[in-house]
Design a protein around this ligand. Structure first.
Ligand SMILES: *Cc1c(COP(=O)(O)O)cnc(C)c1O
Length: 488
């Protein structure tokens, strides 16, 4: 054995992979874990739809990261000094200053949330027959483009649909597909190309800066506008700094500025990162600003409050400044990466590599014995709630629609999304979520299918009600009691 100063040195390995929280918690909210029998009752009264559960029955709420992130002490304190005014508020001036500093854009149109920005952009630029190429859609984006008579084309690479991948940038647009699409459709029918940072519906997967530069070049070649959905831009920039060789060691701020510089319009939902409400459209172009400006007082509110309270304008202004702080931005991707890698070690099928906003479990493999027509992802989400008291979200066929013959349009992916709202959960809570999912995985054969009993014609996943095809939820509770004894 080696000797150091006469003492035997014990060989020891320091762990480098602990996802450390670079913050301390000063305000807390109590949680309760209700017994498994109550969880079964609760999910039954919610029609096996986790959107219809009440938080009194939920232990860890991993439904979404929208409007549920923790705010910083600086954000909360700024809200107390808000300059309430219908027009010309000083708080709005702070927001303008933040947007200029963080995104490098001089004009900002505030709106009440992300989809309101999409409404205004679509109203201003989409007409009957418009075609919008993009990396992938977001639910509200698609709806706004369609309602104004447009259609979308998703030009991702095949890697984007692969569950277990090592591709660091599954959110890239395929440049060849894009150019082909422009030539076939005619540039005059394309109002803009849309790139979504940390592409939400494919697992929070980023695009590379190299890819965005290539897309910008193509846009210039055909005289097209590039619109950036920046709702999850901080994390995309973090992934660029950490995964893209050329930008390693750069600051998140410089990458953010480069990304925004490549886009003619940058819009975002502030619910996702910077605040609990709000959103905005930003640009440097006088012409584009003037095309959208008049729509804001019509749909949102005056140009200096955009339908949200001035307190929320303050929170957004401060939150934007915090998206250039790597210590703040990295917490969520680090936790997600940890969760994804631990689940993978246990053999649980999960979307890889880890992205932004949450961890996505592949129901197609998890409950391979349940037919897709019995809503695999929805069944897994209900079963997991019963087993753990953790609320996830279905992202599969239940979130899809039916064709004109009334048949389900099967989703390309059947996912259970477990969102990790930023800085809300501790690592032991994440460990608990992993452990219960592991138990469920070992008992997965007990999970059965679901069928609709009440099905709204649009966005059925929000308020639709289902029932189990047999007594499988009771059997699951029985197995739980056998293994967990008296514990909850
Ligand atoms: C959430 C989200 C939106 C819509 O924002 P809301 O504030 O929920 O209306 C748009 N785009 C992306 C990428 C999002 O994640």
């Amino acid at each position: 054995m080696e000797k150091i100063n006469g003492n035997a040195a014990v060989k020891f390995f320091a762990r480098k992979d602990i996802p450390l929280e670079m913050h301390k918690v000063r305000i807390v909210q109590s949680l309760k874990l209700v017994p498994v029998e109550r969880r079964l009752e609760a999910i039954r009264s919610a029609g096996f739809n986790t959107f219809l559960l009440g938080t009194e029955d939920i232990f860890l709420d991993m439904l979404t990261d929208s409007g549920t992130n923790a705010m910083s002490d600086n954000q909360i304190s700024k809200m107390f000094v808000a300059d309430d005014a219908y027009a010309g508020s000083q708080s709005f001036k702070k927001l303008e200053k933040s947007v200029l500093e963080v995104f490098g854009k001089k004009y900002i149109l505030p709106v009440h949330q992300g989809r309101a920005a999409e409404n205004i952009i679509s109203k201003a630029f989409i007409k009957e027959g418009s075609l919008v190429p993009m990396n992938y859609h977001f639910t509200t984006t698609l709806a706004h483009i369609q309602i104004n008579g447009g259609k979308i084309a998703e030009l991702f690479r095949s890697e984007a649909m692969k569950i277990k991948s090592t591709d660091p940038f599954k959110g890239n647009i395929d440049p060849e597909k894009l150019e082909k699409f422009i030539l076939e459709s005619g540039p005059e029918n394309i109002p803009f190309i849309r790139m979504e940072a940390s592409t939400n519906l494919i697992g929070g997967q980023p695009f590379s800066l190299k890819n965005m530069k290539e897309i910008r070049k193509i846009a210039d070649k055909y005289g097209l506008m590039l619109v950036l959905d920046a709702s999850l831009i901080g994390e995309n920039a973090y992934f660029i700094v950490n995964r893209e060789e050329e930008y390693k060691g750069q600051t998140i701020h410089s990458v953010l500025l480069s990304m925004c510089d490549l886009a003619d319009i940058v819009y975002f939902s502030a619910r996702k990162v910077t605040s609990s409400r709000g959103g905005a459209i930003c640009t440097n172009s006088d012409e584009l600003y003037n095309k959208m400006k008049h729509l804001v007082p019509l749909y949102e509110g005056f140009l200096t409050y955009g339908g949200i309270s001035i307190r929320e304008i303050e929170a957004m202004a401060q939150g934007l400044l915090e998206t250039i702080d790597e210590d703040i931005v990295k917490q969520s991707p680090l936790f997600i990466d940890y969760m994804v890698r631990e689940l993978d070690k246990l053999g649980i099928p999960v979307v890889m590599p880890g992205g932004a906003l949450g961890c996505h479990v592949d129901a197609t493999q998890f409950v391979a014995h349940v037919p897709q027509s019995q809503y695999q992802a929805a069944a897994l989400v209900s079963a997991y709630y019963i087993a753990a008291g953790v609320r996830g979200m279905e992202r599969g066929t239940m979130s899809s629609t039916r064709d004109e013959n009334g048949n389900d349009i099967f989703s390309e992916m059947e996912l259970m999304r477990l969102a990790l709202p930023r800085r809300v959960f501790t690592l032991s809570q994440v460990e608990y979520a992993i452990d219960r999912l592991n138990w469920l995985y070992h008992n997965r054969k007990l999970i059965g299918g679901l069928r609709f009993v009440e099905e709204p014609p649009v966005l059925r996943f929000f308020t639709g009600r289902l029932e189990p095809v047999n007594e499988w939820p009771e059997k699951l509770v029985e197995a739980f009691r056998k293994d967990f004894g008296e514990s909850l």
